[in-house]
Design a binder for this molecule. Structure first.
Ligand code: NAD
Ligand code: DAU
Length: 354
């Protein structure tokens, strides 16, 4: 038994691989293109683990996908690979259409060709798990109920539109071809190995460097925050027991305004790494808003709890403390991400051939 995961050198994918080996002996084939967001240093603790096979490659490369499926015969694919940053999608949407839409299409077609050829038992057991986002549902008004799985899709950014398109492809491949799929739509993750272009890690590393903490618009936009290992356990639960063709929302029941997140990060740093120049909150700087900025996301996670018994293990208080502490404990990881040195890891680790 083996699973194939895509995007396993990114933030959530690498946390998923590390978490997987805490719960299972089942081998993982990890396909990742190592874009700027892929960092093999996240997986350095797996050095020498023969159950982890890393392959540098692109999900748009159909020949590679066919070869990996034929060679490793996975019982499931868990699809994380994506362009994931909303601000980058505003500046350059093309990469998002390519990876998130065309890449998911290529992966679905490769999975279908492989799955059709399986023996009856393996065919029935096979799963294609698509990892998606709550952003596909659009923006909530202050008094709206949280997103349920039945909410209409109203994506507002190039990123969320590309993820919505990929969700629709996955749905269609199930309804038309019978491919055994499940989809999860999760809220904002945070935790270790989060690339410091996203809100929480950016605020931590900027504060420690004495740089401004840029808060978009009025800072009153609301997100639902989930500690990354809780997302991983939710994916494992759906992969193991989710009903075919169904979607499951995953969230932390934890709505917070951005400015409150930033103030919480500052307060934790004041406690754990006090600055001689006073509270880190002095660095908070309001800047121009993100174009088309969604005002509020919130997740109704009752379906995954009712059907699969999943609940988050971390509260926001425990999760954010662990996260800030992780960044304080790992200054080399931060420095190598900031300098770009993490991109040399393949050469450093495996020689110039890699
Ligand atoms: P990330 O940007 O940190 O990592 C993405 C990974 O995919 C990187 O390792 C990158 O190298 C790889 N990749 C990109 N293009 C590729 C391609 N063409 N072929 C192969 N690999 C490629 O993203 P993340 O935050 O870890 O998100 C992972 C998934 O979870 C995405 O599908 C995202 O939409 C979804 N998601 C993220 C969040 C969040 O809060 N970060 C929340 C809900 C859902
Ligand atoms: O909801 C799930 C989504 O969460 C995922 O699908 C995305 O991949 C992930 O990037 C995240 O999207 P957001 O746009 O919500 O995350 P980001 O960290 O970029 O921003 C969080 C909020 O903070 C958002 O309202 C914008 C704001 N923000 C962000 C940055 C980077 C700021 O105010 N200042 C900043 O510098």
């Amino acid at each position: 038994m083996t699973i194939l995961i895509t995007g396993g050198a990114g933030f959530i994918g690498s946390n998923f691989v590390l978490d997987w080996f805490k719960h299972s002996d089942e081998p993982v084939v990890n396909l990742d293109a190592l874009t700027y967001a892929g960092n093999l240093e996240n997986l350095a603790s797996l050095k020498g683990n023969t159950r982890h096979t890393f392959v540098q490659g692109d999900i748009c490369d159909r020949a590679l996908l066919d070869q990996l499926l034929a060679q490793h015969k996975p019982r499931a694919i868990v699809h994380f690979a994506a362009e994931s940053h909303v601000d980058r999608s505003i500046h350059g949407p093309g990469a998002f259409m390519r990876t998130n839409v065309e890449g998911t299409f290529a992966l679905l077609e490769a999975a279908r060709a492989y799955w059709v050829g399986l023996e009856a038992e393996a065919k029935a057991a096979f799963r294609f798990h698509h990892v998606s986002t709550d952003e596909v549902y659009g923006s909530l008004k202050p008094t709206d109920p949280p997103f349920a799985e039945t909410n209409p899709y109203e994506p507002n950014s190039p990123y969320s539109a590309s993820k919505a398109a990929s969700d629709h492809l996955v749905r269609a491949w199930h309804h038309t071809y019978g491919l055994p799929v499940v989809t999860t739509n999760c809220s904002n993750n945070y935790g270790p190995y989060h690339f410091p272009e996203k809100l929480i890690p950016l605020m931590i590393v900027n504060a420690l460097a004495g740089k401004p903490l840029p808060v978009y618009g009025d800072g009153q936009q609301i997100r639902d925050w989930l500690y990354v290992t809780d997302h991983c356990s939710g994916i494992r639960a759906v992969l193991a027991g989710g009903r075919l063709g169904e979607t499951y929302n995953i969230g932390g029941w934890n709505e917070k305004a951005n400015i409150d997140i930033v103030r919480t990060v500052c307060a934790l740093l004041d406690e754990l790494r006090p600055s001689s120049e006073g509270s880190y909150s002095r660095l908070i700087t309001y800047v121009a808003d993100r174009p088309g900025h969604d005002r509020r996301y919130a997740i109704d996670a009752r379906k995954i709890e009712r059907e699969l018994g999943w609940r988050p293990a971390e509260t926001f208080e425990t999760g954010i403390r662990k996260t800030v502490q992780w960044y304080l404990d790992n200054p080399e990881w931060v420095a190598r991400v900031q300098s770009g040195a993490y991109r040399e890891w393949l050469d450093t680790q495996y020689g110039a051939k890699a």
